[in-house]
Design a protein around this ligand. Sequence first.
Ligand SMILES: [Zn+2]
Length: 499
Amino acid sequence: MKTPIAILILYFIPLFVSSQEIKSPLEKSNFSNLTSYNELTSYIQLLDAKSDLLKVEIIGQSVEKRNIYAMMFSSSQFDKDLSKIKVLIFAQQHGNEQSGKEGALLLAGELLKPENRPLFNKIDLVLVPQVNPDGSETNKRRNANDADLNRNHLILSEPETMALQSLFSKYCFEVSMDVHEYSPYGEAWKKYGYRKNADITVGATTNLNVSAEIRKLSNEDYLRYIFKYLSDRKFSSFEYCPGGPPDVEYIRHSTFDINDGRQSLGIQNTFSFIQEGMNGKDDSVENLQHRAKGQMTGMRGLLAYVYRNKDLIKDLVITARKKLISGAYSETVSVQSEHVRNGEKLQIKLLSYYSGNDSVVNVNDYRPVVKSLSDVKKPVGYLIPRKYTELGEWADKHSLTRRPFKQSGAFKIEQYFINGIDSIDFEGDVVVNPQTVVREFREPVSDNDYFFIPATQLKSNMIVLALEPKSMLGLVTYKNYAHLLKNREVFPILRVIKK
Ligand SMILES: [Zn+2]
């Protein structure tokens, strides 16, 4: 009698599927199809309807007018209970990095399981599973304006990055994570004979202007924690290491540029990370189950860490942000930096193309330390000439505070004269390096001609890095703003300092 068992199994399966456990489109396809924008929309709306923990909001629209969704998880009302810590996780700024989105959608389902509910006693979470829906639909890195969104967080020319930055400015999350994929299959690596092979890599902030305490906790304690968390769950991991192959190009841990998702939020003294899973080799669905689950596990691990260390992280972030807002005028900001060696040798885990086995390779040219090459003293704020309307629009996109400026004996106004324009290497790119001479600006400053951006706000260090002409991360290094910098002329943005 074979049939009764089969009948019994079929009969009981539905009882095990609670209303809480709604399968993601990827799970429904048995991990064989990427989730389309329409499927994503229906899935998260269904979760929203079924759960009291989740509310879905639209935070903006892509170039092609697709919605960008924020999934807001809170056990009460989002951002109402100030004792909680706010976490922002966002994925798929790059449309061809599909496992970030798929992992985020798996995470959403996971978080609604009853056993995960205690997380929300301490955490308010926003999950943005898909920042770049247009790129996702065509499986392309860039958005429909052909812009790389993860190089756009300073100039904010794209609707997708503006939506994300506005969301951040609204809630000032204490923790953030930007989820990507890396591709280990480049020709240079093939020639080298090895390639990267970690399921998940994680990087923290490295820009020198981010609070040293936050950098230390995130680069040391968090990385240790998450690598163990992933390994306990059978996912391999390594620290985020762009560059290479060894002997061809030096290996570092990160960019210190503030135009990406991690550093643009990190520079506001946020506990901020990038997580990268491995791309599929021949197409974006290859090994998709393992890739999506790896990404999901990394994100879940971040929440587990934040849950355990909520008070520590909140204290660090609040203290470091107070410093930005209160205006410690004597502070300096590093505007030019480089990656340097510290004598350490990196042992990197790579997959050998010859043997097909994982191997450990010694990296000699390993530059884990970021060193400042040029500092400026932080001013009280900047006077922006109104005739450069693009600067006013930029300030508004960043929700920067503007204030009327009253000239008084307490302040001195400085102007740069550009005495020559050299160039400087920035992580392999060449950017402008002006020679500047500081002069006192003695003309009257009227409200009609200038508006004032105080440096006493959360984006304080971002403002300095954007507006200083010598900043290798500054606006003048972008073609839309390059006209502000002219050889043998004065620089139009003025510095206000305390006498
Ligand atoms: Zn990416």
